[in-house]
Design a protein around this ligand. Sequence first.
Ligand SMILES: [Zn+2]
Length: 275
Amino acid sequence: MSNLILTRDNYFSPCAEKDYVSCSQFLDFFGGGLLKGCEARAMAKIRGEWIEEQSTALLVGSYVHSWNEGPQERSRFIAEHPEMFTKQGGLKCEYKQADEMIAALENDEMCMFMLNGQKEIIFTAELFGLKWKVRFDNYLPEKKRSSDLKTTRSISDKDWICEGGINKKVSFVEAYCYPLRAAVYCEVERLAMGRPEGDWIDFYLVAVSKEDPPDKAVISLKDPERYIKELSVIEECTPRLKLLKEGRLEPIRCEQCAYCRSTKQVSKVIHYSDI
Ligand SMILES: [Zn+2]
C-alpha cells in the first residue's frame, strides 16, 4: 500500500479507494440494512470499471451538504451543476425542495448549533490491518463533538429490512447503517488523535426530511456497546475484504445489482420453478 495523503480533492480518487476502506466501500462489499452489497460491483468500482449513476436524490444531498460547507461551496456547486435549472432558468422542483430543507435548518437554532465546527475533516487509521478513511461533515474537537448532515425521505417512517433471516421494521438510521458508520468514524478519529480505548467523541446526525414542509431532528448516535458490536462485524469481514482488495480472491457476483445485470452472460437454462 502507498502512503497517499488524503485531501478533499483526492478523497474519492481511484488511488484513495484502493488504499483505504471507507464505510460506503465496506457497505458496498457486504451490504447492511437496506443497502445491498455486491463484491463484484465493489471491486469493479475500485478498478474504475463501474461508475454508479448519480441519482437526483444523491445530488440533492450533495447540494444541501455544499450549503453546510459555506456560501462559497454552495455557489461552486451551483456553478458546476447547470442541471439544477430548467430550460427557462428556474430551479427544478427537487432543488426548490432542497432550498426549503436548507431554510428549515437555518431557522432552527438547535440544528444550526449542532452543525458548527470545522468542515469536511478527514482522518485515517488502521483497523484490524486495513487502512480506513473517514470524513466528518462537522468536527468540533474542543467540544469532543462531531455531526453529520443527513437528508432523508422521512425521519419517522420505518423501513422493512431482513436481518439474519428475520424481517423487521427499522428507522432510517438502522436502514442506512448509521450505527456502523458512527462506530467507524469515532474509532478512526480516536486512533488518529491517540486517545485511549473507548474514549469516543460524541457523534450526532442532523437530519432533515424531504417532506413538505421538511421535518428535522438532532439524533445522538452515542452507543459504546453497539460500537463494539459494529467494530467486531468489521473485524470478522476484514480477512475476506483484504484478500478481495489485493485481488487474491474472486469477488462473488450478486447477480441482482445493475453492475451484475449489465455484465451478465447467460450460461445455463434455469427451470421456471427456480425463479
Ligand atoms: Zn452485483
